[in-house]
Design a protein around this ligand. Structure first.
Ligand code: DP6
Length: 359
């Protein structure tokens, strides 16, 4: 066999995704099987993203992980599950028609994983989504992971963090709840590219960069145990909202997409309030932003902007390019922040585009 450079290195980036139809609650904890399907848009990889470098060497004595410059324990159950499954699916490494590493050889290699986010971690800005998606994708690239069924890689990312499975794809992404006990049909797939939605813009309003008090994982667990509203939502509401949303995506109907997005965000936070003890992710500024959006739309007699909030107070606003300047000015007037700054409430403007993870 030819010799191969040791260490081997791969660097990938993965973007954040923003859920329009929310995932909140698992029907199975270990495999991370969701109560309901969810739908997201993937942001442009250049903006909010995780960048991960994976180095493999036979000289390393163990797998290690660094997040934003600090070493973290890689022995947590979720990451171990991902690594195990990725190793199981590893394949031969070929270069220029020559076999460099046979798949059986990978067991002798240990991994060093270096990951960094270019935005606040664990502040309800989907850092676990891009982080775990990048973790899984970059190891998969290095180990020449071969899917045994379409979407298998997304089922592995899902077991790192549920929402991570959606960050492996660009455009509009549906994560199916699935019915199989082994979770093999709970996959993420792209249902539409951003083509018809080229003018869609996403504005992130950073209200607070602090890490949230209640993690999504813990919060949704308590919600599943205590919230009747969540049960009702999963059974009666999501499928209806999902079909309205899919129809709106297909028809490029912004007002409907915006309406469903806001209703979904509100119902998710209502479920948090219905959880016992209640979980508060929104703060007073978040609520002011909600009011601002409704007033703005009413003043314009049209729905031209929508908000959505995940497990934190930071707002994500959706609008279209033609409305962007006016909206930014109004945000500036109302909140006194200069738009598009790193420090202010408005972080950046994103294009909804296909993600391109390999750099
Ligand atoms: C509010 O994917 O972070 O952002 O599966 O336990 O890792 P785990 O949870 P996570 O939850 C994300 C919840 C959400 C809504 C969403 O992204 O759909």
């Amino acid at each position: 066999m030819m010799s191969v450079d040791d260490p081997l290195t791969v660097t990938c980036t993965a973007p954040v995704n923003i859920a329009l139809i929310k995932y909140w609650g698992k029907r199975e904890e270990d495999k991370i099987l969701p109560l309901n399907p969810s739908l997201s848009i993937t942001l442009d990889v250049a903006d909010l993203r995780t960048k991960t470098t994976v180095v493999a060497s036979k000289q390393f004595d163990r797998d290690r992980l660094w997040l934003n410059g600090k070493e973290h324990d890689i022995n947590n159950k979720r990451m171990q599950t991902c690594i195990r499954k990725l190793r199981q699916g590893a394949d031969d490494l070929w270069r220029d028609g020559k076999l460099m590493i046979a798949k059986e050889e990978w067991k002798n290699y240990r991994l060093h994983i270096i990951s960094e986010n270019n935005f606040p971690t664990a502040a309800g800005l989907a850092s676990s989504a891009s982080g775990l998606a990048c973790f899984v994708y970059s190891i998969a690239q290095l180990l020449q992971f071969k899917e045994t069924f379409p979407g298998e890689l997304t089922t592995i990312a899902r077991q790192g963090s549920g929402s991570a499975c959606r960050s492996l794809l660009g455009g509009f992404v549906l994560w199916e709840s699935g019915t199989a006990l082994d979770g093999s049909d709970s996959i993420a797939r792209q249902i539409a590219t951003g083509d018809k939605w080229k003018s869609l813009r996403v504005i992130i309003l950073i209200v607070n960069e602090q890490q949230k008090k209640t993690s999504s994982t813990a919060g949704m667990q308590t919600s599943v145990q205590t919230s009747d509203l969540l049960k009702f939502r999963a059974k009666e509401v999501v499928s209806m909202q999902l079909s309205r949303m899919r129809d709106a995506i297909e028809k490029a109907d912004f007002p409907t997409l915006a309406t469903v997005t806001m209703q979904e965000s509100n119902q998710f936070h209502a479920c948090c309030l219905d959880t016992f003890p209640p979980i508060f992710y929104l703060n007073e500024v978040s609520k002011e932003i909600i009011q601002f959006v409704h007033d703005y739309n009413a003043d314009n007699n049209d729905i031209t902007v929508a908000y959505t909030f995940d497990a934190g107070p930071n707002a994500v606003l959706l609008t279209r390019e033609e409305n962007l300047e006016k909206l930014m000015n109004s945000l500036h007037q109302k909140f006194g922040f200069f738009p598009v700054t790193r420090e202010g409430v408005t972080r950046s403007v994103f294009e909804n585009s296909q993600s391109d993870r390999i750099i």
